[in-house]
Design a protein around this ligand. Structure first.
Ligand code: HT7
Ligand code: ZN
Length: 876
């Protein structure tokens, strides 16, 4: 079949010690000359086979001799060459067409023919769109890259590595050469050429290496790069301090593009960013976007060690670099900002994006066993769940132990392509612990359910906690095994005081602490705590110590107690989320509102409490999102979930009271500014939340406030929050505000993306028409992934009530769009198609309508491998 399987892995028969590349760059046509210095594995007899897609072969020579047409074959994206020996040099010259490349993979044009620039995207398999090569991550080569181009049209020429000369050529052309001393896989290759401007900063590493940091952007955006530069410097210092990892070239280039399939790319020495994650200024970026810029800059920088110096043996090991790098970024962001807020944000993302993936037809292990198209596996499971697995292991080893293990991992695998076994092996070996049981987490899809039951024996003053686990079946994995699940826990008495823990059979030194970790590694296990004076309330899975769904039969009062008293910000929020979910059940089932009352009561009390951090309060006042709530339903009616969640907020707002909400809003509004310090951001976050709550009980009043807030907003955070309230409430004032926004930001693509996406949040029965008319807007184009995601992505993902129309019209609209988009950009189409995830659990009418659209798509004859795989998997 066309599936690539992990079990079929074989070491490469041919390697490339060194590659010399030369580009004659042009927008419509670029010629690429490559000289491969080949090495043969003496144990294998395979002929030389190189990957190449869409390449026009102009010439081919082996060891200086042009090859006759009989000596090579190019078919099905493979070039087979006869006569190569160990030490041979293969020279090929090919032509590619950057401007015609709308898939944004390989060499392509960003922006217009007149003003745009050329750049590359090679991960995962884009290098084969540029030249013939064994395009797999376990072939590490030394790169020498020469770029030649018209000086006027392409004044800036960049490639990864250290600069190694530049000069003039005849006919107004010029050249520049780059040499990378570190062997690397082809997916880390990059070049950039065009009219770009830069900002620079000198950086000296801890050991004294002088590095020039350069950020490049188009002229109108160069003023928005300062924040990213600061974030880069912070990231570099942090990786030195935390992991002892330094940068290893003389220059580090970062480039912003508006045309990019993903967030950013860690190409060696030449990171390329989606402008959305690099540019920031208060006038056009929200606080959340500032944090995202910092996080993505850090993530890509950290890849220099976790990904580049130590790379992946094959794409099944993708989480080796991605899960680890997400984890490192999460640690960094926690250190730079508020640790509990960061944890809340990350766990919320996991639940919103990864849990549904793990529960639906696209479920796959963190290390998948097979794929048709690797680009479909850059998923929340590989990234976010992958990070949670690293976090579990790191927690098991402790701070120093984890560092010891990472040191061994980096030093042992430096310059190599590694596996997850290498990773767990090094971490375990450095600590004398067998971590291989955690491999089961990498191989098994699905989110484990962890059930906890407590029993207090007053006579023996003993509290028995019984934990059990169960993972529901997923596609192609019917039966599941027990996993090691670390459960960090504490016990509270009924006054909300922490109790010292005395675990039966425990060693003496851990005894008496108020928090500890127990590991459940069987289907069921009991833990007995002694000297417990009264029936306690357990605080379980603290800090979200394992990526599981906890099922514990707390009473509403017990959750309310944790919400009021838990000292850990994350756990406090978590108790509130669980209570809110129970409150949702109350409303759905129409039974006694015990949880609803407890939730509202506890939050109303916290609302009046001035000791609590404003940003945390804002998060506490936010119930779980619609996607998360829908995950708890056996049969889903997204409109009903939407309506019930609004009701939930209405109850909360009424319980707090219109007047206290207004007072808090006024107090926060009086302190409005555009500063980025934590306190100012926290004020804005809470203000947005309070305004939403006001809107839930007094729309007219909220719209008046929002209009004022929009008109006077000193920052995009305030402006967009106000606009969003007006649009979601379908306020009469929304029209003027949208018109103003459009006019003011017409030349700012990232702000215009927000203009599109905010309108996808119109009430469910109105949005479809708006999406259709926005698709006709002069500023809309299917060629730009950010724009596509701002319109169709925001609609289908962030407005479930507006996408899941009962008559199926939303599904049909997306179905038609996907076919059009697939012809332009398969990666973006496939990603957007995952919006159908979860369709099997929809109520019957929606279920049938979604199925019809998915079946129609699946029947199309010319779907890309990307979209084809997603659509086929959907029907599992
Ligand atoms: N490693 C990067 C992955 C990436 C990518 C993958 C497929 C297609 C396009 C892409 N652009 C970037 C992103 C990261 O740092 O995780
Ligand atoms: Zn990454």
């Amino acid at each position: 079949s066309s599936l690539i399987r992990l079990s079929d892995y074989r070491a490469p028969a041919w390697r490339v010690a060194k590659i010399e590349l030369a580009f004659d760059l042009g927008i419509d046509s670029t010629e690429v000359t490559s000289r491969l210095h080949l090495q043969r594995d003496p144990a294998q007899q395979e002929p030389l086979r190189l990957d190449g897609e869409g390449l026009a072969l102009l010439s081919i020579a082996l060891d200086g001799q042009p090859l006759s047409d009989q000596a090579w074959r190019y078919a099905d994206n493979v070039l087979e060459v006869d006569g190569a020996r160990d030490g041979s040099v293969l020279e090929t010259r090919v032509r590619v067409q950057p401007a015609a490349n709308t898939a944004l993979e390989g060499l392509y044009l960003s922006g217009s023919r007149e003003a745009g620039f050329l750049l590359t995207q090679c991960e995962a398999e884009g290098f084969r769109h540029i030249t013939f090569f064994p395009d797999r991550p376990d072939v590490l080569a030394s790169y020498t890259v020469t770029l030649r181009a018209d000086r006027e049209r392409f004044p800036v020429l960049l490639a990864g590595g250290n600069p190694d000369g530049s000069g003039e050529l005849e006919g107004g052309r010029h050249w520049a050469r780059f040499v990378d001393p570190h062997p690397r896989p082809s997916y880390l290759f990059a070049l950039v050429a065009g009219r770009l401007q830069k900002i620079e900063r000198d950086y000296t590493t801890g050991s004294g290496r002088a590095v020039t940091l350069v950020i490049w952007a188009e002229p109108d955006a160069i003023g928005q790069c300062g924040y990213a530069m600061d974030a880069l410097e912070r990231s570099m210092r942090w990786d030195e301090d935390t992991y002892g990892r330094e940068y290893d070239l003389d220059v580090f280039h970062v480039v912003a593009t508006h045309d990019f399939n993903m967030g950013a790319m860690e190409n060696k020495g030449l990171n390329i960013f989606n402008a959305k994650y690099l540019l920031a200024d208060p006038d056009s970026s929200t606080d959340d976007e500032y944090r995202a810029v910092e996080a993505v800059v850090a993530h890509e920088y950290f890849h220099n060690w976790s990904g580049n110096r130590v790379t992946c043996r094959d794409w099944f090991q993708l989480s080796l670099k991605e899960g680890l790098t997400v984890f490192r970024e999460q640690q960094f962001s926690a250190d730079m900002n508020s640790a509990p807020l960061k944890r809340i944000e990350d766990v919320a993302l996991l639940r919103r994006a990864q849990f549904p993936e793990d529960a639906g037809p696209l479920a796959h292990p963190v290390r998948p066993a097979q794929y048709a198209e690797i680009n479909n596996f850059y998923t929340a499971t590989v990234y976010e769940k992958g990070s949670e697995l690293v976090r579990m292991v790191a927690g098991r080893l402790g701070r120093d132990g984890f560092r010891r293990g990472m040191d061994l991992y980096f030093s042992r695998n430096d310059g190599h392509a590694a596996t997850l076994e290498d990773f767990l092996g090094a971490l375990g070996e450095a600590n004398g612990i067998d971590l291989m049981p955690y491999l089961a987490w990498y191989a098994q899809a699905g989110t484990p359910r962890l059930t906890a039951r407590g029993h207090y024996n007053a006579a023996q003053r003993a509290y028995t906690l019984t934990l059990s686990q169960h993972t529901p079946p997923t596609p192609n994995q019917a039966s599941k095994q027990a996993l090691p699940i670390p459960v960090k826990l504490a016990l509270f008495d009924r006054e909300g005081q922490l109790l010292p823990l005395h675990l039966a059979g425990d060693d003496a030194d851990a005894s008496g602490a108020t928090e500890r970790v127990v590991v459940l590694d069987r289907a069921e296990q009991s833990f007995v705590f002694q000297q417990v004076p009264s029936a306690p309330v357990p605080s379980l899975l603290r800090g979200f110590s394992a990526p599981v769904i906890l099922e514990c039969d707390y009473s509403p009062d017990e959750l309310a107690l944790l919400l009021r008293h838990d000292v850990d910000g994350f756990n406090r929020w978590e108790a509130g989320q669980q209570l809110a979910a129970r409150a949702f059940d109350n409303l759905r089932d129409g039974d006694a509102n015990l949880a609803l009352d407890a939730w509202c009561e506890a939050l109303a009390a916290l609302f009046g409490d001035t000791g609590i951090d404003d940003a945390l309060l804002a998060d506490l006042l936010t119930p779980p999102g619609e996607i998360e709530l829908a995950e708890r339903e056996r049969v889903v009616d997204p409109s009903h979930v939407h309506a019930l969640r609004l009701k939930l907020q209405e109850h909360l707002a009424l319980r707090i009271g219109r007047e206290p909400l207004q007072q808090r809003y006024d107090a926060l509004a009086a302190r409005t500014n555009r500063k980025l310090d934590a306190t100012s951001q926290a004020h804005r976050r809470l203000k947005r939340r309070v305004l939403d709550l006001i809107a839930s009980i007094d729309p007219w009043g909220a719209h008046t406030l929002a209009t004022l807030q929009y008109d006077n907003a000193p920052s995009m955070t305030d402006r967009l929050a106000a606009l969003s309230v007006l649009v979601r409430g379908n306020a009469p004032q929304a029209h003027a505000a949208l018109a103003h926004f459009r006019e003011r930001y017409a030349d700012n693509p990232l702000a215009m993306d927000k203009w599109f996406s905010v309108q996808t949040q119109l009430p469910g029965d109105m949005v479809l028409e708006r999406v259709q008319s926005l698709a006709q807007d002069a500023a809309f184009t299917l060629k730009n992934p950010n724009r596509v995601n701002a319109l169709y992505g925001a609609w289908a993902r962030n407005n479930p009530d507006g996408f899941h129309r009962a008559d199926g019209s939303g599904y049909r609209l997306l179905g038609v769009l996907l076919q059009q988009l697939d012809a332009i950009n398969p990666q973006v189409a496939a990603r957007l198609a995952t919006a159908f995830n979860g369709w099997q659990r929809l109520e019957p009418a929606r279920h049938a309508a979604a199925q019809a659209v998915i079946d129609t798509l699946a029947a199309q004859p010319h779907l890309s491998r990307n979209l084809g795989e997603i659509v086929r998997s959907m029907r599992h």
